[in-house]
Design a protein around this ligand. Structure first.
Ligand code: ZN
Length: 331
């Protein structure tokens, strides 16, 4: 079944095209309407294709800014090949400033391979997987911790048993050179609903970048995004120049034990900072009771040692919320 999404962008035409994907959506206020998903194609002759995605989650802002900046400022005459970009991919979520789409509660990054006749989020996932990914050589999907988490800027590569793909991904991590690079574990390979899983199905090398989070933007995270994307463009031969920086630190998230979850309801008081090196059993923080404030707070502890790369950005926490996670040196 082909996608019902259309666009006036001709992906084989040279130059800069800035327009929309038209996702048909019939609602109470717009019977024959469509959702305008911003899209861009910058092309200059034959060559490699980079697919750039921001706003996969609507409350993650660095990617939206970075991708928007590239399609606005990069002169297509100065590139060799093609950049296809979705700066605000799950557009309803971007407009709401929320992780999920308010229309269908869809999490785009759990909606692949999608469905052309499904909800808007699933129809969009299907378009990305069936139309855009087959055109791409490399995909960069720019995330952050969103409203609920904050990251030490980290580039993630999905685990794979394919040696050639693993080598390609490792090279890409070194090229992007985020402060921390994490190679996914085999356990993560069972998650097949993400954009990175879709990329793997199409033989597209891809990284997911976790830039910052906490529903804000920082100059440091934006600089990492801008320089990393540019280095990947140079690596592909799309552009001639880029700014080199310090090498990345290769780490791994080897098991679920790297994650700490709230065991109770409460107000989360972190006792560590992003970037701290922690040991097994060390407290990550305390949960202060909301309804019985004189009760001793619940102490939550790391289940394995490592570098704190992600922390919960919200005070109020519920049982089952992720409070943070560590990455460990690659063994
Ligand atoms: Zn995200």
């Amino acid at each position: 079944m082909p996608s019902r999404i259309t666009t006036d962008i001709d992906f084989d035409r040279d130059g800069r095209q800035l327009s929309f994907l038209r996702l048909p959506h019939s609602s109470n206020t717009s019977g024959y309407g469509w959702i305008p998903i911003p899209a861009a194609c910058l092309r200059n002759g034959p060559g490699p294709t980079l697919l750039l995605v921001g706003g996969n989650h609507g409350d993650e802002y660095e990617g939206q800014i970075t991708v928007g900046e590239i399609i606005r400022t990069l002169d297509p005459a100065l590139i060799t090949g093609r950049i296809i970009a979705l700066p605000a991919a799950n557009f309803p979520a971007v407009m709401a400033g929320s992780r999920l789409s308010p229309i269908d509660q869809g999490n785009l990054n759990r909606s692949f391979p999608g469905d052309p006749d499904g909800t808007p989020t699933r129809a969009l996932a299907h378009y990305i997987e069936s139309v855009l990914l087959p055109m791409a050589d490399i995909l960069l999907d720019l995330h952050s911790g969103g409203a609920s988490m904050v990251y030490l800027p980290t580039a993630l590569a999905r685990g794979t048993t394919d040696a050639a793909r693993a080598a390609g991904l490792a090279q890409l991590l070194h090229v992007f050179a985020a402060p921390v690079s994490v190679v996914g574990s085999p356990a993560g390979m069972s998650e097949n609903r993400t954009l990175e899983a879709a990329a793997e199905r199409h033989g597209v090398l891809n990284l997911g970048i976790e830039l910052g989070g906490g529903a804000r933007v920082t100059p440091a995270a934006l600089a990492i995004a801008r320089r990393g994307v540019r280095r990947v463009m140079r690596h592909m031969g799309l552009v001639a120049d880029a700014e080199d920086g310090p090498p990345t630190e290769m780490m791994e998230v080897s098991s679920d034990a790297c994650f700490v979850y709230a065991s109770d309801w409460g107000l989360f008081e972190p006792l560590v900072e992003l970037g701290d090196d922690v040991r097994e059993g060390q407290p990550i923080g305390r949960l202060h009771s909301l309804e019985t404030p004189w009760r001793e707070p619940v102490e939550e502890r790391f289940r394995t040692g490592g570098r704190v790369v992600c922390l919960r950005a919200r005070g109020r926490s519920e049982r089952g919320d992720c409070l943070g996670h560590v990455a460990t040196a690659r063994g």
